[in-house]
Design a protein around this ligand. Structure first.
Ligand SMILES: Cc1cc2nc3c(=O)[nH]c(=O)nc-3n(C[C@H](O)[C@H](O)[C@H](O)COP(=O)(O)O)c2cc1C
Length: 161
């Protein structure tokens, strides 16, 4: 699909529908559910930004891979996304707890059931500065100091079912 034809309600897309953030290839990959994310433009490129806490196994893989995917699903997979967002791939083959089927492409992974997959090339990453977060949000979301790393990826392809 051409990026110009990609037409979504960005305020609903991550927050309500959720997505899977997947990193790695057939030799080693992991996926996790995300509901925070942005789509937009930076440095004359179409980009997606995701926010991943340092404690996630996915974080470790993101540090060691150049590409990641962000994939979206219909409501029938909400339960699967719930599982992938509560179990860590560090402890378990969590994908086998769902009905999702991994789809391995060159150096990326997505799932057969995805409605669409944004293929992203890592452009930039930075840890959030805890001192720059408003205090009410800090108290609510960062009392354990498990901060998010911000990953900005260039959308290099959109795969559509
Ligand atoms: C609906 C939902 C949204 C989530 N969004 C995020 C997110 O945006 N960033 C994040 O770091 N964790 C998020 N999580 C938590 C991770 O998905 C969860 O900790 C997961 O088990 C991490 O897996 P991993 O250790 O295999 O990487 C979310 C969980 C759910 C259920």
């Amino acid at each position: 699909m051409k990026i110009d034809d990609y037409n979504v309600n960005i305020f609903k897309k991550f927050n309500k529908d959720w997505a899977l953030l997947t990193v790695g290839d057939k030799n080693k990959y992991n996926t996790m559910t995300i509901s925070w994310g942005t789509l937009g433009t930076l440095w004359q490129k179409e980009v997606v930004t995701v926010f991943v806490r340092k404690s996630r196994y996915t974080h470790e893989l993101l540090e060691n891979n150049k590409y990641f995917t962000v994939s979206f699903y219909s409501d029938e997979y909400k339960k699967a996304l719930g599982i992938l967002g509560s179990v860590s791939g560090r402890d378990k083959d969590k994908v086998s707890l769902t009905k999702l089927t991994p789809k391995f492409l060159d150096n990326i992974t997505t799932f057969k059931e995805a409605k669409e997959t944004l293929v992203c090339k890592k452009l930039y990453s930075q840890d959030m500065d805890i001192n720059s977060i408003p205090s009410d949000i800090k108290d609510k979301l960062y009392s354990d100091s498990d901060i998010h790393t911000i990953y900005i990826g260039e959308v290099v392809n959109i795969l559509h079912d």
